[in-house]
Design a protein around this ligand. Structure first.
Ligand code: HEM
Length: 379
């Protein structure tokens, strides 16, 4: 994972990220031109960009565009939507394991069907990558996606933990797509909801974008280091609503002592990140959305696993390897959106958020272009 997501490779992926964000902006602009009403559901809007970025990065393909209706893309979209829904839902047998054989809610059957469908597509992409690897003439493809990189790292026929190399590559690709898309989408949906409910903070963010970027072009990855207020908005959204509120489960490999507690081997550990990051002894007014804290009182606190009061990406050896990629993608998407469109909720009122369940309600807004038209057309 560290090899796959090292800074050299992330740098090489910048054009993919920029192209996807610009394509989404152009699509929304064209929709507004056609209807003069830029209605958008933002969970889907962010989700499409995040999924296209991850699919392009991992297998060099894009499937998630509302304007692109074709039978195969629709089948892929449906299978992945099912995968995300199933992976975050609870089955009866999770609570009553002895009833698993009955599959009372039909989840196991659905999981097997979805797994088969997704494996079918990934196998086709893997075969395609193997065929294209040497372009038939010993020449390598110019831009490598992560499946190409994995094919270069893993020997054909090599075994990993009892799994053959194809299964290992397919599983890693799927893990990357899942790990990178839902987390990014949720954080962006929370950040936008919080901004729409705190309009003075939204105005401050727009002011920073207008000052640093102007109105004659769109935001680029190279601008992000100048956008300190925007960075603090993302940090504050991750503090209040980490997309993995209990982190991933960790398990001790042997007996050990942590913070004075004896921990037996094979003990499962869940870390309550949400509680930690809202601890009143660490943050003043911990439930308030206040990005300024990361420019003042908590200026030195970053999300890179060194400051335990803010660890939305985990910490230590198994912390998220996609941290730089994820931060860059989220900042670019949010900055480009706020810079390119005026945003109000569908009914003009605040967003009616339900704690911790951003995906359960539609985040409906009206997007109105705020830059001159040639900027959306040129990109
Ligand atoms: C908002 C963005 C993201 C957040 C908040 C996030 C958060 C996390 C967290 C909390 C973990 C578990 C860390 C631990 O066990 O201590 C994790 C693991 C992981 N993340 Fe992310 N992540 C994000 C984006 C990404 C992206 C964009 C990628 C890929 C490009 C990615 C790839 C991974 C992978 C592969 C793992 C498993 C690492 C392992 O088990 O060793 N993540 N992430």
């Amino acid at each position: 994972m560290l090899e796959l997501l090292c800074s050299r490779r992330i740098d090489a992926l910048k054009p993919v990220m920029e192209a996807e964000v610009k394509a989404a902006m152009r699509e929304s602009y064209n929709l507004w031109l056609k209807k003069k009403n830029g209605f958008s559901e933002m969970n889907r809007w962010f989700g499409n960009i995040a999924l296209n970025i991850m699919f392009q990065t991992v297998v060099g393909k894009r499937f998630f565009s509302d304007g692109d209706v074709n039978e195969e893309n629709e089948r892929i979209r449906k299978a992945f939507r099912e995968l995300f829904d199933l992976s975050s839902s609870l089955a009866v047998s999770d609570c009553l394991p002895y009833l698993r054989w009955l599959d009372l809610d039909g989840k196991e059957k659905k999981m097997k069907r979805t797994a088969k469908e997704i494996d079918w597509f990934i196998q086709i992409w893997l075969e395609e990558h193997k065929r294209n690897r040497d372009c038939g003439s010993g020449e390598r493809k110019q831009s490598q996606d992560l499946m190409d990189v994995l094919l270069g790292l893993v020997e054909e026929g090599e075994e990993f933990d009892g799994h053959d190399s194809d299964t290992t590559i397919k599983a890693m690709c799927l893990s990357l797509i899942m790990a990178g898309s839902d987390t990014t989408t949720r954080t962006l949906a929370w950040a936008l909801s919080l901004l729409l409910n705190n309009r003075e903070i939204l105005q401050e963010a727009i002011k920073e974008l207008d000052t640093e970027i102007g109105s004659e072009r769109m935001v680029e990855v190279s601008d992000l280091k100048k956008l300190k207020y925007l960075e603090s908005i993302i940090k504050e959204a991750l503090r209040l609503y980490p997309p993995a509120p209990l982190n991933l489960p960790h398990e001790s490999m042997e007996n050990c002592t942590v913070g004075g507690y004896d921990v037996a081997s094979d003990t499962r550990l869940l870390t309550n990140l949400s509680k930690l990051q809202r601890d009143p002894s660490l943050y003043a007014n911990p439930l308030e959305f206040c990005p300024e804290r990361f420019l003042t009182t908590h200026k030195e606190v970053d999300v890179k696993g060194q400051h335990f009061e803010l660890i939305p990406f985990g910490a230590g050896r198994r912390m998220c390897p996609g941290i730089s990629f994820g931060l860059q993608a989220m900042q670019l998407i949010l900055a480009t959106l706020l810079h390119g469109f005026d945003i109000v909720t569908n009914d003009g009122g605040p967003v009616d958020t339900v704690e911790q369940n951003i995906r359960a309600f539609p985040l409906e807004v009206i997007l109105t272009p705020r830059l001159t038209s040639h900027i959306y057309v040129q990109i």
